[in-house]
Design a binder for this molecule. Structure first.
Ligand code: ADP
Length: 245
């Protein structure tokens, strides 16, 4: 959401409000297997964003006329909790969450091997507990970790990151003040192994040169996120091998 800049100095001497350099990610923490009753789950903290993802299924799809004998239906639901933002958000879906659910489902469909589960549904819930800009990237990152944690066959993980333009500078991973009072925001999600882009949106205006720079920054950011995702899954596997979880 873009707002008029209330004269906050977003970049001072090459540093951002939270002390980051222009090409620096916020701190990211990831954990899988946080919900024992879900088939798979993940919790991601990305700066001040806090997101929980839970996978249920593959399970039988009802009503039956929705069943596809060639593949499973994948449903990713993005929900901003009423307490996740400064002003209480009205509970339930709105235009924004319906849009993010749709683009997230499409991004995940490109990696999940849905043909393995005919007539079924795989539900992926992403709950934004605390929001601070970049929540769609955080949610997609968590969703793909939760799917892997559920043992659902995938061609690769989806990794995401955003870049933006703030005070005339192209920056990596804008936080809320930068998103609100900045000039542009460009969320990107990729499938690293295939070098494919599965989500690319632009809110605001960029020149062609700024777009290229923002795209490159977001792409490199997503690759760093990908490495963290793989390490999180590997560490969880090692731990469960020891504990027998
Ligand atoms: P993203 O979170 O993916 O960057 P947006 O650019 O639409 O998506 O939103 C930026 C930020 O604006 C969100 O992360 C959240 O902090 C805030 N925001 C979004 N929707 C609302 C809302 N309905 N009420 C209050 N704040 C919101």
């Amino acid at each position: 959401m873009k707002m008029k800049n209330p004269e906050i100095e977003l970049i001072k001497n090459g540093k951002r409000l939270d002390g980051r350099n222009l090409d620096e990610l916020r701190e990211i923490k990831m954990e899988v297997g946080v919900l024992k009753k879900a088939a798979g789950s993940a919790y991601v903290e990305w700066g001040k964003n806090k997101v929980l993802a839970a996978v249920y299924g593959p399970r039988s799809l009802y009503p039956a006329f929705l069943k596809d004998p060639t593949k499973a239906m994948l449903r990713c639901i993005y929900n901003l909790a009423p307490f996740s933002v400064d002003d209480r958000k009205k509970p339930g879906p709105d235009r924004r969450s319906v849009e993010i659910s749709k683009v997230s489902t499409e991004a995940l469909e490109s990696v999940v091997m849905t043909e393995r589960y005919p007539n079924s549904v795989i539900d992926v819930y992403t709950e934004i507990l605390q929001a601070d800009a970049g929540t769609r990237c955080t949610a997609l990152t968590a969703a793909s970790l939760a799917l892997a944690n559920a043992g659902i066959p995938m061609k690769d993980l989806v990794a995401a990151c955003s870049a933006g333009k703030v005070s005339g500078e192209v920056v990596l991973d804008p936080m809320k003040e930068e998103d609100n009072y900045g000039d542009a925001d460009l969320p990107l999600a990729i499938i690293p192994r295939r070098n494919e882009v599965v989500l690319l949106q632009l809110d605001g205006r960029l020149t062609r040169e700024e777009f290229d720079r923002a795209y490159q920054l977001a792409f490199d950011g997503a690759l760093k996120v990908y490495e963290m995702q793989k390490k999180t899954l590997q560490d969880a596997m090692k731990k469960s091998a020891v504990v027998g979880d």
